[in-house]
Design a protein around this ligand. Sequence first.
Ligand code: GLU
Length: 417
Amino acid sequence: MSEQTMNPFLICQGQVKEACHQLGLEPAAYELLKQPKRFLEVSFPVKMDDGTVKVFTGWRSQHNDAVGPYKGGLRFHPGTYADEVRALSMWMTFKCATLGLPYGGGKGAVKCNPKELSQGELERLSRAFTERIAPLIGDDIDIPAPDVYTNAQIMAWITDEYSKLQGRNRFGVVTGKPIILGGSLGRNEATARGCVTVVLEACKKLGVDAAKATASIQGFGNAGSIAAILLAEKGVKIICAEDSRGCVYNAAGMDPKAILAHKTKHSTVADFPGAKNLPAGSSLTVECDILIPAALENSITSANAGGVKARIIGEAANGPTTPEADEVLFSKGIFVIPDILASAGGVTVSYFEWVQNLMGYYWSEQEVNEKLGPMMVKSFTAVYDMHKAKGVSMRAAAFMVAVKRVADAMRVRGWLG
Ligand code: GLU
C-alpha cells in the first residue's frame, strides 16, 4: 500500500468518486464534492500558566451546505493536520446525508495536546480559537460540536465566547453543551447508542444471537466505553478493551463499567484486575463476533486486516478502515457498518439539541432515545437495501445513498448546471 493512500482526504475523495461513478452523476457533482467549499486556517496566541505565550494553529473546514448549515465536531489533538480536517468535514456531509439530517458537513481542529494543558490554558485556547472562527460559525451557518479530546465544558466556553461577541445568548451555535446551557439529554451517549443500534440490526440480518456474542472495543473513550456498556446490557460479552496506553483481555468477559472506573482512576485500561495485558493493536485481531473501532483514522490497514476475526464491525470512529483493508474485509465476508452510518448517532442527537435550542423547548431523555432509535434503523435499512440491490459493500452503499441526496439538492439549487 502506498503511503499516499493513508491520507484521509485522498481516501474520502476516492470513496466519493466511486459513488458518483456508480450513480452516473454529472461531472460537476464530483468536482464540487471533492474538496471543501471554504477552508479557514487560523493562528492565535495563548497565555500559558508560566507567563509565556504559545502560538497555536487551527482550522475550520466547511465542505458542503447544499441541504443545510455546515455541521461537525471540533478536535483538539497533537497529530491533527489540514488534510485530516478536510476529510473529516467531507465525511460529515455524507454522515448527515446518510441519516437524512438537514445539515451539510464541517469540521474543525486545533493542533494541541489537551492532556498537557491546565484547565485555565484550555479555556483560554478554546476562547481564542472561537474568536478566530466566529465570523464563519453561527446557528444558521456552521455548528461545531465535540470530537476527539473535546467535551461539553469546551462547548460551554465556545458558546459563552460566541455569545459575548454577538451581544446575546446564541445557544444553538454549538451542540454537545452541558445540559444547563441548552445541551440535550442523551447527547453524551448518542454516538455509542447509535452504533449499538445498527450493530444489533446487523446481528438480526446475519443471524448472530447478541446474547451469546462477544465484542472487542478499540478506543475506550466516550464512544467506545459507552458502546461497551450498552452492548453488555444486551448480553454481549466484552472480552477485549484497548486505549492509547494499554489493551486488556479476558475470554470470560469483563464488566465495562468496572473497566471505565479503572480507567478514570489510572488514565488507562492497562492492568485491569483479572484481565491479561495484550500488545498494542491486539483488540483488532482477537477472536470475537463484534469489533468496535472507536479510536482514530487508519486503525485497520492492509497490515492487520488479514488478522481480523470479527463477523461484524461497527465503526464508531471516523475513517478507521483504509480502502485496502476494506477490500480484505469484504473478501473475507466481514460485515462492516461504515462510519458514516455507525457513528451518526452523535450528530443525530446534536440535531435534536439544535432543534430544542431554536424552539426553546426541551425533551426528556426517553423522547430523545425514542427518536434516535428509529432514525438509525431506517438509515441502516436504506443502506442495507442498497448493499443488497447493487451487490456492493455497506460502505459503498452508504456513500451512494448519501451522495445521491447531496447531489439531488445541489441539482435543484442549480449548482450542477
Ligand atoms: N464529532 C462527532 C462526529 O464526528 C459529532 C458531530 C456533531 O455532533 O456535530 O460525528
